[in-house]
Design a protein around this ligand. Structure first.
Ligand SMILES: *Cc1c(COP(=O)(O)O)cnc(C)c1O
Length: 678
């Protein structure tokens, strides 16, 4: 993509020749600058601000690659969300900056008075993802004349948030979409959510299971939830047989097969023959035998496998699905009443927009290609074995939820990379104190600059600096001169663009609650500015989390970059430019605002008891605070301590749906349908 590469380069450093504004930024150092300065006096600043557009930002940040059809940039240079994907009409696009203003402006100016960071959810996007997945399978099934249907489940572990799970059950009930649970708490929440779902929706019980888990799953069947207990370990079978007899429930059983097909990427480390989950061929045969002996072989109805997340290509997918389909057919031959093939998760997300099969954060296929590969692989094997086509189930997690929520955080400050202005007396200081060698370096540096030999410039600048540092250590160079040479070197490297100073933008990311995947497993997410995208990002930066001082740093970005093109920091909170949230028409309504944890919540997680702490501090105050005024102040503050917002956790979850402007005009107060503020 040469056009893109060009944009990236342009954002980082203006092309040499334009950038080297030596003549204007450096006071003419008389003793050496006998030669006239270069005539190309085009100012670097003019170049940086001209020739930029929202579409160049879109290309620079690869928005179409990872964000289409849900994210784009509008003509004002703001990020917009397209809640209905490709079916979104222009007037339905949601301007993210307006949302953030609405959320963060104080209440008197019609805002919600919330603090950043915010997680903003778009239920419409979630709905669109679910429907797109369903229709991709529906299409593949119809196009190929496949003899059964697709019926997916959502693996709760991918986002256990109540509103996400409830929404999925609600939006998916028209096509019998179900849930997958991997632990007792997940099973509990899945059971209660599915009470409102379609009666056909599957409730797949995966994960390590003890007697309580199995007991709960059997109870779920009694409640007429379409529950399948998937054996992940051979030991689970005896528990299932015994408990189901005790409870007099006929269970529906699945087996998780350990496939030989191996996904070699990061997320596939548990796949393959040596993977830690699932039953081997031998174990599956023993399970069949035990079930047969207990008269329960008809209970075995589902075959499950999971190759790993981010399956890189449809070739690997088809390989795995084909292998599993063979096992499925063998189970049919052995007499099980097989009905469903559950292909697990792994439908990948193209986080960097590169459509590449060689990266953990990208995949080389789209939804339609994924569905077609699965349907074709199952159909091919079953047709050859004359086995009735099974219901195809998948457990796509990230593919369903990833696009629908975004974390918005604010750059609070930025480390300034100051090129110290070379004061007119800086140079004389420098020049006066230089040794003969230093003078020669300085002269050579200047000559190289005139000739446009930038590498040579850097070389001499560096040499000069080293010499001066040595002199300073010996005591023969003053601190002003040392500063002057630093300034000169910075100026040279900045002008050449070679040092490409990367700034640190301080952000409140609440890293421990919002991006654990980043530091935990190196997962990269697309990160971009949500406004000023009509301006050229003139600097590069990394992000450093204010709320934690060691690991809270983001210095890896999509595209293999170690810094992010950013706009020069403006210390006004960043959202200026334009008035309050009431500006212009809105096409959205905030339907829910949920605060993050308080200090008390956070303390309780680690078994501290905020109420006891309060008592301890109160006793301390009674003992040591005697001034009446101080007593009043302290006693007023103590009770609110547990309710204080935490710096690392005051994430606010906002939910947005698209609303027609005409509805919003009816009553302004209906903007906020349901708000819980702190
Ligand atoms: C994690 C997991 C999933 C979801 O994987 P995605 O890559 O998010 O689709 C599905 N099934 C099982 C068993 C899992 O462990």
């Amino acid at each position: 993509m040469p056009a893109l590469a060009c944009c990236v380069d342009a954002a980082v450093a203006p092309p040499p020749g334009y950038a080297f504004a030596w003549d204007s930024s450096l006071p003419a150092p008389e003793p050496f600058f006998g030669v006239p300065p270069p005539t190309n006096t085009t100012s670097a600043t003019t170049i940086e601000h001209s020739h930029w557009s929202p579409s160049l930002s879109s290309a620079l940040y690869k928005i179409d690659g990872w964000g289409a059809p849900y994210f784009s940039v509008n003509s004002s240079g703001n990020m917009t969300v397209r809640p209905y994907g490709t079916a979104t009409l222009p007037h339905q696009e949601i301007d993210l900056l307006k949302v953030v203003k609405k959320a963060s402006e104080p209440k008197p100016s019609c805002g919600l008075g919330l603090q950043l960071p915010l997680i903003i959810r778009f239920p419409d996007v979630l709905k669109n993802r679910l429907e797109s997945l369903q229709s991709a399978f529906d299409f593949a099934i119809q196009a190929r004349g496949y003899g059964s249907h697709y019926q997916g489940v959502y693996p709760v572990k991918c986002n256990q948030d109540r509103f996400v799970v409830e929404d999925i059950v609600k939006f998916g009930s028209q096509f019998g979409f179900g849930l997958e649970a991997g632990s007792k708490p997940e099973l509990l929440l899945a059971m209660s959510c599915l009470c409102k779902g379609s009666p056909d929706a599957l409730l797949i019980c995966n994960g390590f299971k003890d007697a309580e888990y199995i007991w709960l799953a059997l109870v779920a069947r009694k409640l007429l939830l379409n529950t399948v207990i998937v054996l992940e370990q051979e030991e689970e079978l005896d528990l299932v047989i015994n408990l189901s007899q005790k409870l007099a429930v006929r269970p529906v059983i699945g087996v998780r097969a350990k496939l030989r097909t191996k996904h070699s990427g990061h997320f596939g480390s548990t796949s393959g023959e040596k993977g830690k989950f699932g039953l081997t061929t031998t174990q599956i045969l023993r399970v069949v035998k035990s079930l047969e002996q207990s008269g329960m072989l008809d209970c075995l109805q589902l075959l499950h496998f999971h190759i790993g997340s981010q399956i890189p290509s449809t070739a690997l997918l088809a390989d795995g699905v084909g292998e599993a389909a063979q096992i499925y057919c063998e189970l049919v031959r052995l007499g099980a009443c097989m009905r469903v093939i559950d292909i697990g998760g792994g439908l990948g997300i193209d986080y960097d927009g590169s459509k590449s099969a060689d990266s953990d954060i990208s995949v080389s296929y789209n939804l339609e290609e994924y569905a077609a590969a699965v349907v074709q692989a199952v159909q091919f094997v079953c047709d050859r074995k004359s086995v009735k086509h099974p219901v195809i189930c998948s457990e796509s997690g990230r593919a369903i939820v990833s696009h629908h929520s975004i974390l918005i955080f604010e750059a609070v400050s930025a480390s300034v990379y100051d090129v110290p202005p070379m004061s007119s007396h800086g140079l004389p200081y420098l020049v006066d104190g230089l040794t003969e060698g230093g003078c020669a370096d300085y002269r050579n540096l200047h000559d190289a600059a005139i000739r446009g030999e930038y590498d040579t410039c850097l070389l001499y600048a560096d040499q000069l600096k080293q010499r001066c540092v040595e002199q300073f250590k010996e005591g023969s160079l003053g601190i002003e001169q040392l500063a002057a040479v630093d300034g000169l070197c910075d100026l040279v490297s900045k002008a050449i663009g070679a040092s490409n100073p990367v700034r640190t933008y301080h952000v409140n990311l609440s890293v421990f609650t919002s991006i654990p995947d980043f530091w935990g497993i190196g997962q990269l997410f697309p990160i971009i500015p949500i406004h000023r995208l009509d301006q050229r990002p003139g600097v590069r930066g990394i992000l450093s989390d204010l709320t934690c001082d060691s690991d809270g740093k983001i210095d890896k970005f999509i595209g293999g970059e170690s810094s992010l093109p950013l706009h020069e920091f403006e210390g006004d909170g960043g959202f200026s430019g334009g008035g309050g949230p009431s500006d212009g028409p809105h096409s959205f309504a905030v339907t829910l605002a949920v605060p993050g944890p308080s200090c008390g919540d956070v303390l309780r997680v680690m078994q501290h008891e905020p109420e006891l702490m309060f008592e301890t501090l109160k006793h301390r105050a009674e003992e040591f605070v005697h001034d009446d005024n101080d007593v009043m102040i302290v006693m007023a503050v103590l009770p609110i301590l547990p309710t204080l917002k935490t710096s690392s956790g005051h994430i606010v979850v906002l939910e947005l749906v698209l609303a027609f402007p005409s509805q919003l005009f009816l009553s302004n107060s209906s903007f906020v349908v349901e708000v819980v503020c702190f």
